[in-house]
Design a protein around this ligand. Structure first.
Ligand code: WT7
Length: 632
């Protein structure tokens, strides 16, 4: 068994050993951390009983493993390079020692504001070091952080605060992303009008614009940390105490608060980061995600810090001030490991290659992708033009719920194939299921992707709704974790994710529930009923297509579309805005009233010739109408 796998043979052997003795494998891995008290029970519970626990009885604080543990060895090493939105703005580097001090200071601030172990703290911030410090300070005192992506609306923020009953909100006065300004404090104020649980708000200065102030509730970050001590004794946590809640979309209803716990998440993110990226002591690793998504949690904040890596916190966007921005940053910091989403690659491919050629990208060693299937064209562009034909691409498949990467090449070790997430990490046991709920044996097959055995990083519950957790992940196939993805296993046993098989959309790598968008659109007074589906989109991967019945004739459809987009922006976020709207006289429903989305998906994809069997529809004639309709 190899802790640091360095060859494909070692991978294969380690995988086999993890198969033979799963628990021993994870004990070995967990043994590399600092535990205040060693765990008693490596793993208990089962998928059948939905009560999985790892390293029970173990006592730790995850920030001691991310920070304190490194102070004597790499205290002066850079933990983070902060690169601001505008290349000419102030940039800085933070060493492990400084980060430790900042986290301790802010942990003391949180405690002075009455935040205790188990309290929920919502973080709604720009991509700056203070976001990371906020999350780690929560972890240090045992408060449960819930980071909400700073592109969400007031209503979406308020819903999340209310769902987890948060006591505190940490935000900025505002942020700049590209040439846009987002007034985070104004949005927070609006959200808090309907979120009474929040007692205090800490505001970190970023844009220096005028904001409203509520005395007694709001306080400035910089005033609070001024006199806070840089020493803080981390609060002892049980391995199974919650670390954070992260909201994500499902196929039905409102977003789910996915709960991750301290011990298992620590072991799994650290392990997967190390094996997949193979980051060396002097390397510079850059994950371009936002910390508001799981990728940012696991592979900007936690995974790299456990491993003592140097990471980049990037506040900007790939196309500001121009489409060479990412490559400028790669050159500037001699980035060795670069991890981004296919949607960013596809967006940048559409610009002149001169934006790439202008920069020296020879420092790059490893490229990564995450969030959605990568098409071959994008894979080759990335490989040839960014990687100079010499960097392995790790196509990492995983989910908010898995905590960390599950199926992925290990950089430079696993032979890659464009479009393939390739093979599971040792300790991860995927399987494909057929429509009868049986495992599909052999290769060159396709089915629904499930995982056979618990792994340490699996989410333990949906906050406040354990039934929904069971329903979503553990009931479709009894005794298995169901991912919601379709998947192929080719003749070499390589896995290729084909996309969601449920009503979840993946738009630019962002996960959106069709039901959520439908509910938002239905709020428009003229809308009677909506059905939202995804369709292939060149840059976004999937676009959002909304079919809707209205109760009056729409005289100005362009204006109407604008109103609908504003509505979605207000209720959810601009990322959920439909690309196309089609007004229809009826939706294709079965006799039991269920919308046949299969037909709508085909129409949206302009695949009109083979709509399949429509005979079970209540009124098959609506299909002709829909086919002949026009989208705006
Ligand atoms: C869904 C999870 C995991 C971090 C970002 C997204 C899709 C994720 C890949 C990949 C094909 C992928 C799946 C999955 N997905 N990575 N490498 N190839 N599809 O996290 O928002 O929880 O979404 O993203 O459909 O179920 P998420």
């Amino acid at each position: 068994m190899w802790l640091n796998i360095k060859s494909f043979e070692e991978y294969q052997q380690t995988f086999r050993e993890s198969e033979k003795d799963r628990l021993r494998f994870w004990e070995h891995e967990a043994g590399t951390f600092y535990w205040r008290k060693r765990w008693e029970n490596t793993q208990s519970g089962s998928f059948e009983d939905a009560n999985i626990k790892w390293f029970e009885g173990g006592k730790l604080n995850i920030t001691e493993n991310a920070l304190d543990r490194h102070l004597n060895t790499i205290g002066n090493k850079t933990a983070f390079i902060f690169e601001p939105n505008h290349p000419d703005s102030f940039r800085r580097t933070i060493t492990y020692k400084q980060l430790h001090e900042d986290v301790c200071r802010f942990a003391n601030v949180l405690e002075s504001k009455g935040i205790k172990k188990g309290d929920r703290v919502v973080i709604y911030m720009a991509m700056t070091p203070e976001l990371v410090i906020s999350a780690l300070a929560c972890a240090r005192i045992g408060a449960v952080h819930s980071i909400v992506f700073a592109g969400f609306s007031a209503q979406a923020l308020s819903e999340r605060i209310n769902d987890c009953d948060a006591k505190m909100l940490i935000t900025n006065d505002g942020l700049r992303r590209g040439d846009k300004h987002v007034p985070l404090k104004d949005i927070s104020d609006e959200a808090l009008e309907s979120s009474p649980s929040v007692e205090s708000v800490i505001v970190c200065q970023r844009t220096n614009r005028d904001i409203d102030w509520k005395e007694g509730r709001d306080e400035w970050w910089h005033m609070l940390i001024r006199n806070a001590s840089k020493d803080h004794e981390a609060v002892e946590m049980d391995a199974e105490d919650p670390l954070f809640i992260l909201y994500t979309s499902g196929s039905t209803g409102k977003p789910k608060g996915v709960v991750h716990t301290c011990g298992g998440y620590m072991v799994y993110t650290s392990y997967s980061f190390r094996q997949v990226f193979q980051v060396g002591a002097d390397d510079v690793y850059w994950c371009t995600a936002d910390a508001g998504w799981i990728t940012g949690h696991s592979y900007i904040i936690y995974g790299p810090l456990f491993n003592g890596a140097t990471g980049i916190i990037f506040e900007g966007t790939p196309t500001y001030p121009d489409a060479g921005r990412l490559w400028e940053v790669v050159e500037k910091y001699k980035v060795t490991h670069f991890y981004t989403a296919p949607t960013a690659i596809r967006a940048l491919m559409s610009y002149d290659l001169d934006y790439v050629k202008k920069y020296d990208l020879s420092s790059l060693k490893v490229l990564g992708t995450v969030g959605e299937p990568i098409n071959e064209e994008a894979w080759h562009w990335y490989h040839d033009h960014i990687g100079g034909g010499k960097c392995p691409i790790v196509d990492t498949w995983w989910q908010t719920e898995t905590g960390g990467i599950m199926i992925s090449p290990m950089a430079g070790i696993t032979p890659t194939k464009p479009g393939y997430a390739t093979l599971p990490l040792p300790g991860v046991f995927p399987t494909l299921m057929d429509e009868n709920g049986d495992e599909i044996e052999g290769n060159a097959v396709e089915g629904n992707l499930c995982i056979k055995h618990p792994w340490p990083g699996i989410a333990r519950t949906v906050y406040g709704d354990h039934d929904r957790y069971i329903q979503t992940y553990l009931s479709t196939y009894e005794g298995y974790y169901f991912t919601g993805d379709g998947c192929k296993r080719d003749e070499d046993g390589y896995y290729r994710i084909t996309g969601r098989v449920d009503d979840v959309l993946n738009v630019s790598g962002h996960r959106l529930g069709t039901a959520e968008i439908e509910n938002a659109l239905d709020e428009h007074p003229k809308v009677v009923e909506t059905a939202v589906v995804g369709y292939p989109h060149d840059v976004k991967g999937q676009g959002v297509y909304a079919f809707m019945i209205c109760d009056e004739e729409i005289k100005d459809p362009e204006e109407f579309k604008k109103e609908l987009l504003n509505l979605v922006t207000k209720i959810i976020s601009p990322i959920a805005k439909p690309d196309k709207i089609q007004i229809v006289s009826g939706l294709p429903k079965t006799r039991s009233g269920k919308i046949m989305r299969r037909i709508l998906r085909k129409v949206a994809a302009e695949d009109l010739d083979n709509l399949g069997d429509t005979s079970t529809l209540l009124d098959p004639s609506v299909v002709e109408d829909i086919k002949n309709g026009k989208a705006y």
